[in-house]
Design a protein around this ligand. Structure first.
Ligand code: C5P
Length: 300
């Protein structure tokens, strides 16, 4: 094992794990391994979970969270990430992890994957590992398709099953209102229902408007092949989008495999009006946040 001796190795640390939205999600085709080749434009948000990690002498990974119902065993991506690094580097010591969730769970916001990415970076730092970013990315793709992007953060074109990341010019700041309908979805089942052909045509245009920092152009070119599957089953997606539009959002769409809908608002006041109306209509998980563009992981 090689240690990076130049950096101070801490005994514990606190990391932020930022959520993401998909500005575009195109299903390009089905792969031999059962996954789908995708073409996506992803963007990180200010909304984050917080992860506290502490080295312990016992050879175990323990996880505690503020959500009593969240699994804390090896099915949790945080535990998987810590164990994957311990195994790869033959680390005898263990870690105690405290996860404070603020990102809605099973929502299309990449919460579990963001926690996983932050844990990988935390393990690297906590044990002073020589683990270059491209090696970390290789480990990350086996943990989840959104993890490679969430290691990089910012604005990016994401291809393959999620492992090919091309950073884009940083997206301009905008207020982002998130509204999660009362149900959760399984990503695997949404992909299983996807039949195609793709309805997405305009990712080129979206990237052009990101480069021009044109928020109206960006908002006009949102697209998601998976939205139709969810909105054909639930009126809530359409209802939320209508409320967002009525209150002045410049663009709205479902993120990832859903069911969370996001809306871009130039005005915070308008976003607050939309928030109130969404609460009145019984949408309970509504969060006002914004785009987040520090590309280098804030936890390094
Ligand atoms: O990789 P992750 O665990 O996030 O993916 C969850 C499920 O979503 C996979 O088991 C797969 O069924 C589906 N998926 C896919 N193609 C992708 C990403 C995910 O079919 N590129």
């Amino acid at each position: 094992m090689l240690y990076n001796v130049k950096r101070e190795i801490p005994n514990n640390l606190t990391l932020l794990a930022n959520a993401k939205i998909n500005l575009a999600l195109q299903v390009v085709g089905k792969r031999q391994d059962g996954y789908h080749d995708l073409k996506m434009v992803m963007q990180t948000l200010l909304l984050n979970d917080t992860i506290f990690m502490k080295k312990i002498d016992e050879p175990v990974v323990t996880l505690k969270t503020n959500l009593s119902w969240l699994p804390v065993d090896n099915s949790n991506l945080v535990v998987k990430a810590a164990q994957a690094i311990r195994k790869e580097f033959n680390i005898k010591q263990g870690v105690e992890i405290h996860l404070t969730k603020e990102i809605p769970v099973s929502a299309g916001l990449g919460g579990g994957s963001a926690d996983c990415a932050a844990t990988l970076i935390g393990m690297r730092k906590l044990f002073g590992l020589y683990l270059p970013n491209h090696e970390l990315r290789k480990i990350s793709i086996n943990l989840g398709s959104d993890v490679p992007f969430l290691l990089v953060q910012g604005t990016a074109l994401v291809e393959g099953k999620g492992e090919i990341i091309t950073p884009l010019k940083p997206h301009p700041f905008i207020h982002v209102l998130l509204a999660k309908p009362s149900f959760s979805v399984s990503t695997a089942s949404v992909f299983r229902e996807y039949r195609g052909p793709s309805r997405v045509r305009n990712i080129r245009h979206l990237i052009k408007y990101i480069e021009k920092r044109d928020l109206e152009g960006i908002s006009r070119n949102f697209s998601n092949d998976l939205e139709y599957i969810i909105s054909s089953k639930s009126y809530q997606i359409r209802e939320i989008k209508n409320i967002m539009r009525k209150n002045g959002c410049i663009g709205t769409q479902m993120t990832g495999s859903g069911p969370t809908v996001f809306g871009y608002f130039r005005s915070r006041v308008s976003a607050n009006y939309a928030m109130q109306e969404l609460y009145q209509k019984g949408v309970r998980e509504v969060i006002l946040t914004g785009t987040f563009n520090r590309r280098k992981h804030g936890n390094k």
